[in-house]
Design a protein around this ligand. Structure first.
Ligand SMILES: [Zn+2]
Length: 460
């Protein structure tokens, strides 16, 4: 650049470090830099070139660090943080497990405090885009709005009575359908498009068994006029498969198809107990699965991910609330599929990283905005601590991230050009206070459920 050309102004320059762009050519910049203006990346490349062309009031020294796109965690229910560390040994899913504090027993205030813990944890672990759906969806939206994540929010639509579900009985109540559908319509009116689209609102029928066929059709009708995705659980348990078959003679994917929901908008979590005769149906419909390797393994299950993918189902990745660490999920994804393939090396680190970034972004309709670091995309990115012993040696970059790194190696997180985690600290709220508040809520609710938290004396 000729010396008489003034550098252009931007807001933030991340200077130095190795940048894994995950762009179409898998470009890597050793000793690179990124210029951010507003919400967007305006330059990325060799450090000298970017710093000669751009000037900013704020410069983040990333020398020696590893930079990468933020992770896309496509399926969560943040208030279910209440069950973490307990449900794993008590039952297979909170909705079907008696004696635990869960959705229909939480107040909106309690859901809000638990959601803030969930959002904080995911941000702290490098998830910049989070799909979150549950009861009180506006409380979820407020948590993401406040803490700075990019989020896709929905209310949990169902008409099966949750108290009856804990007794393994399906009792459908149309009043519940009306209530939860209205809750989602109100959410959309209040939050869809919030903060220049940082928060989007979709639809989320809970599952083909907890929604009656009429309820599923109603969601399809209401969602038809709107963009975005449909989020659900699919083939999560034998109980679901049995219930749907008893009700309609169909498999769960066929029931979704009959309701008009099995198409390229659908992101279906789990997909474990899939009848092989449905592989082609799901693949040709162009649905995506939200692969939940850790959650599945906790109940001794492995989803037939590669069979579904071979038939055309897209694969994305999630932690489903019980951990916020998508690095861990990437590692489990590859490992569990190798177990399922009887030891064949069927997947590699780069594929898992793609599922956790670009694939999730694309399926959320955000493929041109996030999922890779390129000029014109939103500045959603992570700065990883390469001084930590667990993240060395960096050779191809991808292997160390998937096979050795964890969310604790994330030092700084930028979403929409805003630094939301800086050197491990949440900038948008008091992180430790969020943890304490959620702990207090959980202690109270578990005590009501008959469990004394070890943090409290018996006489307290
Ligand atoms: Zn779920």
């Amino acid at each position: 650049m000729p010396p008489d050309i003034e550098p252009a102004a931007c807001d933030l320059i991340l200077s130095g470090g190795t940048i894994l762009t995950l762009d179409a050519a898998d470009t890597v910049h050793a000793d690179g830099a990124i210029a951010v203006r507003g919400r967007d990346i305006v330059a990325i490349g060799p450090r000298e070139a970017v710093e000669a062309a751009w000037t900013a009031p704020r410069r983040m020294d990333c020398a020696g660090r590893l930079l990468m796109p933020g992770l896309v965690n496509v399926h969560n229910h943040t208030p279910l943080m209440i069950t973490r560390g307990m449900i794993e040994d008590l039952g297979f899913a909170p909705m079907f497990t008696p004696g635990i504090p869960q959705g229909h027993r939480l107040s909106e205030e309690e859901a809000s405090l638990l959601a803030r813990l969930g959002v904080y944890e995911m941000l702290r672990n490098g998830c910049t885009t989070i799909v979150d759906f549950y009861r009180y969806p506006q409380a979820l939206a407020r948590a993401h709005a406040e803490l700075g994540s990019r989020a896709v929010i929905a209310g949990r639509v169902h008409d099966a009575d949750p108290e009856e579900l804990t007794r393994r009985r399906y009792v459908y109540d149309s009043a519940l359908a009306r209530e939860t559908l209205a809750e989602n319509a109100d959410l959309i009116a209040a939050f869809d498009g919030y903060d220049a689209g940082r928060i989007r609102c979709d639809w989320a029928p809970h599952a083909p068994d907890t929604c009656s066929d009429a309820c599923l059709r109603e969601v399809a009708d209401l969602a038809r006029g709107q963009g975005g995705n449909i989020h659900t659980h699919l083939c999560q348990s034998p109980i679901e498969v049995e219930q749907v078959r008893a009700r309609s003679g169909l498999t769960p994917p066929q029931a979704l198809d009959a309701a008009g929901l099995l198409d390229s908008r659908l992101i279906a979590a789990h997909c474990i107990h899939v009848d092989p005769q449905d592989y082609d149906l799901m693949g040709s419909a162009g649905i995506a699965m939200a692969y939940t390797p850790i959650g599945n393994a906790k109940t001794g299950r492995i989803a037939p991910v590669l069979d579904l993918a071979a038939a055309g189902t897209a694969v994305t990745l999630c932690t489903d609330t019980f951990s916020g660490d998508l690095f861990e999920a990437m590692r489990w994804a590859v490992a569990m599929q190798r177990v399922r393939a009887n030891g064949r090396s069927v997947l590699d680190a780069r594929t898992a990283l793609r599922w956790a970034t670009q694939a999730g972004a694309e399926r959320l309709g955000l493929g041109d905005r996030i999922g890779a670091l390129t000029v014109g995309r939103r500045a959603d990115l992570l700065v990883l601590d390469t001084d930590a012993p667990g993240i060395a040696p960096v050779i191809d970059g991808y292997g160390i991230l998937v096979w050795s790194a964890n969310g604790g190696h994330v030092r700084s997180v930028i979403v929409d050009g805003r630094v939301v985690i800086e050197d491990g600290r949440l900038t948008t709220a008091d992180g430790p206070a969020l943890v304490r508040e959620a702990q207090a809520v959980a202690e109270r609710l578990w005590r009501e459920a008959g469990r004394r938290p070890v943090t409290r004396r018996a006489d307290a």
